[in-house]
Ligand binder design. Sequence first.
Ligand code: AMP
Ligand code: TRP
Length: 334
Amino acid sequence: MKRIFSGAQPTGNIHLGNYLGALRNWVELQREYESLFCIVNLHAITLPQDPQALAQKTRDLARLYLASGIDPQVSIIYVQSDVSEHAELAWILNCVTRISELERMTQFKDKAGKQREGVGAGLLNYPVLMASDILLFQTDLVPIGQDQKQHLELTRDLALRFNRDYGETFRVPDAFIPQAGAKVLSLSDPAKKMSKSDADANGSINLMDDADAVRRKFKRAVTDSGTAITFDETRPAITNLLTIYQILTGQTTLEVEQHFAGKGYAALKSEVADATIDFLRPLQERVRGYGDEELDRILAGGSERARHIARATLDDVMQRLGLDGTRRPNRARE
Ligand code: AMP
Ligand code: TRP
């Protein structure tokens, strides 16, 4: 069975873009692939985090994975820092990565902004940790939103380079980027993606937003000039609203366009809000349904299974590099 791996950071508020671009597809794919879904808290600390809030958000995100339909009987759900192999492989891959490759990453450039030399080195090395996540599990397919495509290309380059220099070690993964929903745009500035780090709270629909907040945000959503309600790349704001509506109601683009033919923007906004509220209500109920004990059990079981797979890859990598692990006390255990 082929394998998929994906993850999201336990920072900010998980929003509709995260769901439509990533989570939704994980749920679909878990039946066809052996699946690992990670809460990548080591990625989160590339920017300063409040420790208590980080711990809380890590658990909240695990609940959201489960509530979205990731089945712990089928898929492996775990927290990145519980499996130390991630950090170990990241160090090794840092040694085969060039600084120039990392400085080219658009996400690094965006996040570092003007103070390129002053930010933490973790922000620069972030994609190497992501590559380690993926390569540790001999992953075939990585379901992600559009914004992670460049990181996946780097992952492939690192795998190919390592395989060339040290012998066939890593499977070279492919990206899975959905046709619809790969880039959900900010409601208040359709030139930008919906983002956890957006200072403007009106730009994103958070998965835990209540009905009033959802209605208010869609009502204020920026629109394009004109009146037509059709999928049209040159009119990103309306297309964004239509895409959200289309995915949440499970209709085709044609059906959606027919549905809104002759209607105005106010009707569009109010119907997208209704569809979103109908989708979020049961999701939020399921989130609240997972108790602490159950969550602990699922995460502990997940990290155990993940570690088992990761260890095999890391042992192989270390041997190939001449970092013979035979003196490691826990080696025999796995
Ligand atoms: P992050 O919020 O960075 O942890 O992202 C988790 C997943 O959501 C990744 O696969 C991202 O590519 C995806 N994602 C984040 N923002 C968006 C967006 N605005 N539209 C679609 N996918 C997104
Ligand atoms: N960098 C991804 C993001 O911010 C999260 C992530 C970390 C990830 N490791 C991963 C996604 C491995 C897919 C596979 O969205």
